[in-house]
Design a protein around this ligand. Sequence first.
Ligand code: BDR
Ligand code: CA
Length: 312
Amino acid sequence: AEKVIFDTDPGQDDAVAILTALASPDEIDILGIVTIAGNIPIHHTTRNALRLLELTDRTDVPVHAGCARPLLRNLVTAEHVHGPTGLDGPDLPEPTLTARDAHGVDFLIETIRAHPSGTIRLLALGPLTNVGLAMTKAPDIAARLKDIVLMGGGCFEAGNITPAAEFNIFVDPEAAAIVFASGAAITVLPLDVTHQMRSTRSRIAAFGDLGNRSGAAVAAMLGFSERFDVEKYGWEGAPLHDPCVTAFVLQPDIFTGRSVNVAIETASPLTRGMTVCDYWGVTDRPKNAVWVRSGDSEAYFSLLTERIARLP
Ligand code: BDR
Ligand code: CA
């Protein structure tokens, strides 16, 4: 199984990404979950990660709380999408499990250093503050990672929190700039592909029809988070972003993309957090990421549904 660490701000779509990995122990060994402030403040993202582990009887997975705010900026949250708890929709109980003592950034550094080089995949589903700070404190970890697979950015689909920027990159553009300049192997699942992965009524109902409590929770989460995006985009079904990262690990042939240079805008107020992706190779800037542009949404939702079915 691939050894992974999640860095995440759950968030309904983060939750589905984590649940899909928890359901796939043959392929994915979760070494830990590090939380980050993003969709909601850190107290809520940590609490939500713990609730997911209790939902699935996986209290063996350690949770470490990371940074409470971006490197330089004030925190921007998205309660308007995710609800005041960040995981509105299902009625999940207050967790009894607690986060471990070590700070999430230190957990990242120590875990990456403790394993053989080239074996850990970092799955980043939120603002990149923890990852950027860990790379600043311990630059050696970038080359030790097998790769980073992250949800963030947009090129052809532009932005979702501003006309130019996707939420995760917008919240902490300086951290994102550090990560993209780190030399780590990076695969990006941007809006260009996540906007193709729409949680329609029938796809949501399929989770609810599985008959297990995790499927019911997923249906309730997606039923909640989709209401805002459906109104915003006018599409049948809202984009289901973060599970693209887990799906990419499980079944990369669902997706297509190419190697590109990605640079992050940090100076302009108008385009803060824009992922400037040289998709057509019009500069000689070195390639630093694989940019995923499209994916098979039927295969994606089949995979997610089939995996969630395996959970309690
Ligand atoms: C990203 O922002 C968050 O709201 C989602 O969890 C996802 O990671 C989409 O732009
Ligand atoms: Ca997220």
